[in-house]
Design a protein around this ligand. Structure first.
Ligand code: BG6
Length: 465
């Protein structure tokens, strides 16, 4: 299924990669010194697979990196677990945690694969939530900065690409990830915007810090891009879609890349009594800039004119009196991709970002979820994933043909991981992890059909260059 992709357009230095986070794959080992993270508690409570084993990467990392090499990956987008490196509020680093990542980073480098590390991917140290409420408190800025400093210093020269925060929209919205269990719906939303401000100030401190510690390295945010179409061409629907994108995506990217909100967002937050408390010193901190923007994209959505009362039972970022979110009747839907499959959304989402910020983009996540089992032949035939990925890569090729600065593509996920809320029932990987929700089995690694397909695609794109 590579015929439709213009494989010749990809430059030799295009970053062909794959992604994962720390909590979704790592698991624990004896005396690891890791502190609890919000994600540990959330997955334990879920009754599904939890982070104690996850994909057992801690015991399989050598094998997994060998598979990455076999696949021809040039880059691996991975996560560090904050509470593995800094387990509690003392800010003292955990030598065991650093030693574990030393082994992983060195094995990647020895395999010729560049590590691209996300500092904070949903797993907030539980000790900080208990000590002062996590991101609701400004204290978190110092903790994140201290953690970033340790990472930048310790891995200087070995890690040359960093992502500050994965999907700030989700990290600040999901109570099980950040500990914002406020019951009052208005205060709940107010806390979210306060957390956004603190996360953004912390992120800017990290941008500046990296430039001081390792000027050769690059850094950027990873955004869960929200491609929002108007449900109809009625001007009210068009306006609702624009405002939905502004509030869910550009509000956060504007903070990352411009250091301030648009007039619409400032007005919206002030008129809804959601504007956060800021410090005078923040303006100077917010002046630092990222080097690129990481884009996570799975599907697009539609918005229409708001009618009726605000529904507080929706995901927090859909709760607004500025728009109603709707499904798209034109898209093919599957069991887990219930908003529909829309490769064009990836293309127009990236175009908007590059136009607004004049920064290069790396696709840091994009993938197809499915319920999967090993077939009678011992294999996993995931032709639907090959189809999904090839349609999206086709759009990357079109962007390159048109001259847009897209530097890499890291689909989600290299191996099967614990899904954010559906355990191992929902899988995205190129490599099947043989475990059930509770039955850990041996965690055997099985290449799915998409593994060979992606390997061949990378090879074809690099051939003759
Ligand atoms: C992104 C996250 O939101 O999407 C990943 O960065 C997550 O951590 C992925 O796993 C897929 O979402 P889900 O909910 O299907 O696991």
């Amino acid at each position: 299924m590579t015929e439709s992709i213009n494989t010749k357009i990809f430059p030799k230095d295009f970053l062909w990669g794959a992604s994962a986070s720390a909590f979704q794959i790592e698991g624990r080992y004896e005396n690891d010194g890791k502190g609890l993270a919000t994600t540990d508690l959330a997955t334990r409570k879920s009754g599904m697979a939890d982070t104690d084993t996850a994909a057992d990467f801690v015991n399989h990392y050598k094998e997994d990196i060998t598979l990455m090499k076999e696949m021809g990956l040039k880059i691996y987008r991975m996560g560090f677990s904050w509470s593995r490196i800094m387990p509690d509020e003392t800010m003292n680093p955990n030598p065991e945690g650093l030693a574990f990542y030393d082994k992983v980073i060195d094995a990647l480098l020895a395999a010729g694969i560049e590590p691209f590390v996300t500092l904070y991917h949903f797993e907030c140290p539980q000790a900080l939530v208990e000590a002062f409420g996590g991101w609701k408190s400004r204290k978190m800025i110092d903790h994140y900065t201290a953690y970033a400093k340790i990472c930048f210093t310790h891995f200087k020269g070995r890690v040359k690409k960093w992502a500050t925060v994965n999907e700030q929209l989700i990290a600040a919205s999901a109570p099980d990830l950040n500990g914002n269990f406020e019951k009052d719906p208005h205060l709940f939303q107010k806390n979210i915007w306060q957390m956004h401000w603190h996360i953004s100030v912390a992120e800017h401190k990290a941008f500046a810090l990296l430039k001081k510690i390792d000027p050769q390295a690059v850094i950027g945010p990873v955004c869960s891009i929200q491609v929002v179409y108007p449900l109809t061409c009625s001007p009210a629907d068009v306006e609702a879609a624009a405002h939905a994108e502004e509030l869910m995506e550009f509000s956060l990217l504007d903070l990352s890349a411009r250091g301030k909100w648009s007039p619409y967002v400032v007005h919206y937050l002030k008129s809804h009594d959601l504007y956060p408390t800021c410090d005078e010193s923040d303006a100077e901190v917010m002046a630092s800039r990222p080097d690129f923007i990481g884009v996570n994209y799975y599907f697009s959505i539609c918005a229409k004119e708001k009618t009726g009362p605000v529904n507080y039972n929706l995901p927090p970022f859909w709760v607004s009196d500025a728009y109603d979110i709707a499904g798209n009747p034109y898209l093919e839907k599957t069991e887990w991709m219930n908003m529909g499959i829309d490769p064009d959304g990836l293309k127009n989402g990236i175009e908007k970002i590059i136009l607004r910020y004049s920064l290069p983009v790396i696709v840091t996540e994009n993938g197809m979820a499915a319920s999967e089992k090993i077939g009678k032949d011992g294999k996993v035939h995931d032709d639907y994933r090959i189809s999904y990925l090839s349609q999206h890569i086709e759009k990357i090729a079109e962007l390159l043909e048109e001259g847009w600065p897209v530097k890499g593509y890291c689909p989600w996920s290299f191996i099967d991981v614990i899904s954010s809320h559906q355990g191992f029932a929902k899988r995205y990987g190129f490599v099947y992890i043989d475990r059930e929700e509770k039955d850990l089995k041996e965690g055997k690694r099985i290449r799915k059909d998409s593994f060979g397909w992606y390997r061949n695609l990378i090879k074809e794109c690099l051939e003759g260059k």
